[in-house]
Design a protein around this ligand. Structure first.
Ligand code: ZN
Length: 149
């Protein structure tokens, strides 16, 4: 699993960790600092994350490229309009459509879900995501903000 730490909305440090070996501490890159991890009740029986291993906070599921579907729709629409208006030859339009289709398929294949911590914002990538996680929820985020203050 690959973990990215967040501070004030920007990436700070990162580390990779083995969910089966569960080391008690890791060395951060690029700072070189040591970070202690919480393994108590944060991983389930199938070695999948249940809670944040940094702060024990709740997690939500996130897609790596949430905006790409909109881009593909706009590209396809622009291509269709240009084709109808006669700005493009059939061959160019056909190539563009194939390109958009390939882009869409690539996104479907490579857009693996990842987990993000509500409390500390750490991102957990390249790890199996248990199906019970929900996408980001405003209500839940508000509850956590309230309980922290
Ligand atoms: Zn956390």
């Amino acid at each position: 699993m690959f973990v990215e730490l967040q501070k004030d909305g920007s990436k700070t440090n990162r580390f990779s960790v083995n969910l089966v070996e569960r080391p008690s501490k890791v060395t951060l890159e690029p700072s070189g600092d040591q970070l202690f991890l919480h393994w108590d009740a944060t991983v389930d029986d199938s070695d999948r994350l249940r809670r944040c291993i940094i702060c024990s906070g709740d997690l939500y599921r996130e897609r790596a490229f949430p905006q790409i579907t909109g881009v593909v729709i706009v590209l396809a629409f622009a291509g269709a309009v240009a084709g109808i208006a006669g700005f493009l030859t059939t061959w160019v339009m056909f190539s563009a459509m194939i390109f958009v289709l390939l882009l869409d398929v690539a996104v479907l294949i490579f857009n693996k879900p990842r987990l993000v911590c509500y409390a500390c914002g750490a991102k957990f990538k390249e790890t199996p995501v248990s199906p019970h996680f929900h996408p980001w929820d405003q209500h839940h985020a508000d509850q956590i903000t309230r309980s922290k203050s």
